[in-house]
Design a binder for this molecule. Sequence first.
Ligand code: ATP
Length: 305
Amino acid sequence: MDYIIRTNNITKTYRKKKVLNNVSIKVKKGDIYGFIGKNGAGKTTMLKAITGLVIPDEGQIELFGTTEEKDIIKQRKRIGALIESPNLYLNMTARENLFLMKIQRGIPGTNCIDKVLNLVSLKNLEKKKVKNFSLGMRQRLGIAMALLNDPELLILDEPINGLDPICIKEIREILLKINKERGTTILISSHILSELTLLANKYGFINNGKLIEETTSSELSKKCRRYLHLKINNCSNVSIILENELKIKDYEVFKDNTIRIYDEFDGEKITLTLAKHSIGVKEIMKMDEALEDYFAKLVGGDKNE
Ligand code: ATP
C-alpha cells in the first residue's frame, strides 16, 4: 500500500465560514509531511478531521488504504496524535502521566513506558512533577504520550511552536529517529516553514482553508535555490576540488572568497575535503531565508503571521 493518508475534497464550515475548502492531501508510508499554513489557515481542523475529532461536512478520508467508516475507526488505533497542547496532569511525574494514558487507552505490554521515556530523554527525571517541567520537556512528554502505542502514523499539531532552537533540534532528532528506525510516518503542522526544512520530505501548503500546493523537499529546494554558503581563506583551485573530488556542479564562487553550493550538499564532507587541501573554512551556513519568502509569496501577507 502506497498511501497512509489520502483525503479527497475535505470541507468543513463553521459559522458559515469554510475553514476547510476541498482539501486533498496525500501522505505516503515513511513520509515526514510538513503541513504549513499561517495561524487560522485550517491546519488543526484538518488534523482533527483525520484523527476523527472533527466530522467533515463533505469529502472522504482514506486511512491505511480504507475509506470504510467502521474500518477507519479500527485503523485509527494505528495512529498516535498530539493535537493542540498535551493533556497533562501537572501534579504527576512523566511516568505517572504515561501510566494513566496506558490504562485509559488500554495499551498492552509492560515496557512501552520505559521505551518512550528513553526515546524522548525523560528517563532520568523520575521524581520531577510535570508542573516543574519546561515547555520543551512538556512537549517531549506529549510526544511520548502520542508514541505510547507504537503508532505507524504520528500526527503532531505545531509541536515546536514557541520552543527555543535547542528544544526544536531535540524534537527534530526524536522525530527523525523514529521515522528512520521504526519507519513511522509523520504528519506535522507548523506556521513556520523553515522549522520543518531539516525534517520534512514533503510539504502541503494551506491558506484560508485551501490547499495551495503539495510539493517534495527537493522540488522546494530547486524552487527556492536553497544553498550552502561557505567563506574560505583561499579560492584559487577550489573549483577543481568541488567538481573533481566532490562532484559538485551547481555552485558559484565569488571574489570575496565566498562560495554558494546549490546541489544537494553534505557540509561535513565538503569541509573535510577542503581541509585536506589546506583550505580553511571560516563560515558555513545553510541559507534558508528564501524559503520563508517563497511561503509568503504562496500565501500572501506577512511571513509568519
Ligand atoms: P492555529 O495555528 O492558529 O491553530 P490553524 O491553521 O490550526 O491555526 P484552525 O485551528 O484549524 O487553524 O482554525 C481555522 C479557522 O477555523 C479559524 O478561523 C478558527 O477560528 C476556526 N475554528 C476552528 N475551530 C472552530 C470551532 N470549533 N468553532 C468555530 N470556529 C472554529
